[in-house]
Write a protein that binds this ligand. Sequence first.
Ligand code: PSU
Ligand code: MN
Length: 308
Amino acid sequence: MLSHLQIAPEVAAALAAGGPVVALESTIISHGMPWPRNLETARRVEAIIRDQGAVPATIAVLDGRLRVGLGDAELERLATEAGLAKLSRRDLPIALATGGSGATTVAATMIVAAAAGIAVFATGGIGGVHRGGESSLDISADLEELARTPVAVVCAGAKAILDLPRTLEYLETRGVPVIGFRTAVFPAFYTRDSGLPVDHRAGSADEIARIMAAQWRLGGGGLVVANPIAAAEALDPAMIDESIGTALAEAERDGIRGKAVTPYLLERLEALTGGISLAANIALVLDNAAVGAAIAVAYARQSGKAGG
Ligand code: PSU
Ligand code: MN
């Protein structure tokens, strides 16, 4: 796999110096948001991470290469190319061997980040157990990846298109710590409170960095760092619940299955809320980038001290 890894010079230099780097996924660009807000957001996320003193590393597979750190032309390609593949863990070997291209999900981004030596990854929301997952077995590969791959994933929880109680049960079973960043409850993406508790409320980036280090000294895998959407940007729960109900019914009616389910639901939700959900989505992604950068800075500082 390492022979397919192509790390941008700026990212490689930061990693070699033990400096802070934040990985970013590309499925959010190609399948999670519409043009042109997707490209605008991808650029703003990178700028916010730089402002906080860290180096952004957007991850994708381009022409059979695992790319870590993209230039503007590549971001634009991800934002505009029609029919770009969505790549999760099982799709990576095929893309590499056939010279394929695609956007990486949370799971695939974690794999590439870990291979490059990046400890922190910021995104919008993770995949999870879909509603009805107890019979369909539609459970995102993101959850298995969190169980095995040592990367901290900063997110605004998971969308309520999913079965959030079962998602958290699954993470507990697979030994994934779920840390609230200044919250004691798991956020539900567009809203701050799913009504479900997290394992621990962390008050600072430093505290999260210490938990990451302890997790990895224990030989553990990933961690979920749940950062709720800002109160001023959060959506009305009743409004978003209704749209989610409609989107789920449409997916059922249209017989959507497999990896098409999540992009379908995201697109329908955006349309059903008339763009309100997109504004919230962008706001929370930008905030997760800032928190991810703060954690990467804290982790790099602590690792530097620990390593002498
Ligand atoms: N949830 C969102 N926005 C997204 C995704 C999930 O709110 O863009 C994307 C992420 O890339 C995530 C993927 O890893 O969907 C999960 O897809 P699946 O359920 O097919 O594993
Ligand atoms: Mn699925």
